[in-house]
Design a protein around this ligand. Structure first.
Ligand code: ZN
Length: 271
């Protein structure tokens, strides 16, 4: 599933391709639902409207128009790609945004877990009311974040992936950041020491930044909007490395299931 780095890369690419402000001439839908029903009629009313801004919040891409915003989530396998005149529809192309005769953005999503919805700009904050802070925001208050986590009774790995406390960190980057900060993933969040949290926040930011710079991780076929795959999967220290040797201590990497998700860790390096 695309996590923060992959959605950030997609958002940056869309900004390069579209360069808002730009008018979206037409929204084209090849089906009326993804994970949920798509409000096709409402969105088509935006045909001919000027797209003002494309931004990211948590793992959502926000296409902001004058009064409304379209919120897109890539689900497990969604991605946007740029196309030109006479493009051929491929399997699993579900939505197209026509910018002009020679430029289209096409949303492809084989597993259709993506979301596509529209909100009044005045209501947009409600959509994100239950989301925690952004790990890469400049003014993130790490002491407040640590205090929040010190009250959580679940395992640190599950807490880290809960968007209510901190957004954007999913299964891959939670395992990687915990390894880098030497914290075992099944330790209770309220038992992790403040000093270890300080290290964890540093490593969360670093791993996300490094992944963005590497073009993201392409494990469930993530491609950026130019059809290129990311490289960060080659740099995983623990994720998807069960029984392979830890690069630090040379013992085999372990796996366990936490919150229903495969979790990778090193028994010798993480305490
Ligand atoms: Zn190790």
């Amino acid at each position: 599933m695309p996590e923060l780095p992959e959605v950030e890369i997609t958002t940056r690419n869309l900004n390069k391709i579209i360069q808002p402000p730009e008018v979206v001439q037409e929204w084209i839908f090849y089906r009326k639902d993804l994970r949920n029903v798509i409000p096709v009629t409402k969105i088509k009313k935006l045909n001919g409207s000027q797209l003002k801004k494309i931004s990211r919040r948590a793992k959502f891409i926000i296409f902001e128009f004058e009064n409304d915003s379209i919120v897109s989530h890539l689900g497990m396998t969604g991605y946007w790609r740029v196309e030109t005149k006479n493009w051929q529809k491929k399997a699993h192309d579900h939505i197209a945004m026509k910018l002009n005769e020679d430029k289209y953005l096409v949303y492809n999503d084989p597993r259709r877990f993506g979301e596509f919805d529209i909100f009044k700009n005045s209501n947009l904050h409600e959509r994100f009311a239950h989301f925690g802070p952004e790990p890469l925001q400049q003014d993130l208050d790490l002491d407040v974040l640590t205090k929040t986590f010190k009250k959580i009774n679940s395992t640190i790995k599950v807490a880290l992936m809960n968007q209510k406390y901190l957004v954007g960190v999913g299964n891959i980057y939670a395992s990687e950041a915990l390894f880098r900060s030497k914290i075992k993933p099944h330790k209770k969040a309220n038992k992790v020491r403040a000093a270890d949290y300080a290290l964890l926040w540093t490593e969360v930011k670093k791993v996300l930044q490094e992944a963005i710079e590497a073009g993201g991780s392409s494990i469930s076929d993530f491609k950026n909007s130019y059809g290129e795959k990311g490289d960060f999967q080659k740099r995983f220290l623990v994720y998807d490395r069960k029984d392979e040797l830890c690069f630090t201590c040379h013992h085999p990497i372990q796996s366990l299931v936490l919150g229903g998700r495969s979790t990778f860790w090193c028994r010798h390096c993480q305490k």
